[in-house]
Design a protein around this ligand. Sequence first.
Ligand code: HXC
Length: 259
Amino acid sequence: MTYEAIEVRTEAGKVGIVTLNRPQALNALNDQLMDELGAALKAFDADPAIGCMIVTGSAKAFAAGADISAMAKFTFKDSYGSDFITRNWETIRTIRKPVIAAVSGFALGGGCELAMMCDFIIAADNAKFGQPEIKIGIIPGAGGTQRLPRAVGKSKAMDMALTARMMDATEAERSGLVSRVVALDKLMEESLAVALTIADMPRLAVLAAKESVNRAFESGLSDGVMFERRLFHSMFATHDQKEGMDAFLGKRKPAFKNE
Ligand code: HXC
């Protein structure tokens, strides 16, 4: 598939990188971009060589939101009738391998929501997160009112959704929205190092860890702990558990087979 709104490449044969690429609109997210992003992530997910993915933007903008020019004339019928965004924004939730958001610059509205749909966020020191939809007469529509309070708590989420104020990288890290903050010129280097670390982990355990952490958002504690317990038990059916523990005890490097 040829892509126009994104650029796609691999690093070291095992990390898939998608760069959002609509610089003229600060990577505003339209149907074409979301279709392409979904297709690229699905292709990486299906490629056995790839162990982790990164979604990133430009230094100025990860993404400044859903494309306002595409929505400006929407009627209720256009949005509700076509179930606007469900079709191509949900693809990322079906990806089983880890997806890191490497965010620099603006991550606003749908851009912040897209970053939060990824498994975790690494931010450059110039990153700015926000849900400014209220300023244009709408509210977040891709999970922002649900994922932001889970990430930063009710007070900050309300503050951001109601006043449209942006959160800088320092506050985002302090609040738990991002896992790490790095210098802008080191963003890709550091994100790639993290992705390579994950890509070299035993694959079945990576899939199970991601699935189990995500379960924390979908279930109560008892159900979540039981879900984790069953996946934990199933790890003992894998080659890589035997290899990992044997290598640890033998003080040698493990040779994982992803099986
Ligand atoms: C369409 C956008 C855009 C957007 C920026 N642009 N954001 N186009 N949709 N979301 C365009 C501008 O129109 C402009 O085009 C060019 O990108 C550069 O933007 P400027 O505004 O000139 O840049 P700057 O002055 O640096 O300001 C940056 C900014 C501002 C603070 C990020 O662009 C801004 O406030 N953007 C909108 C942010 C927003 O409201 N996002 C939420 C959208 S609603 P021209 O042609 O003039 O150069 C949303 C709902 C999600 O996301 C719901 C689920 C889908």
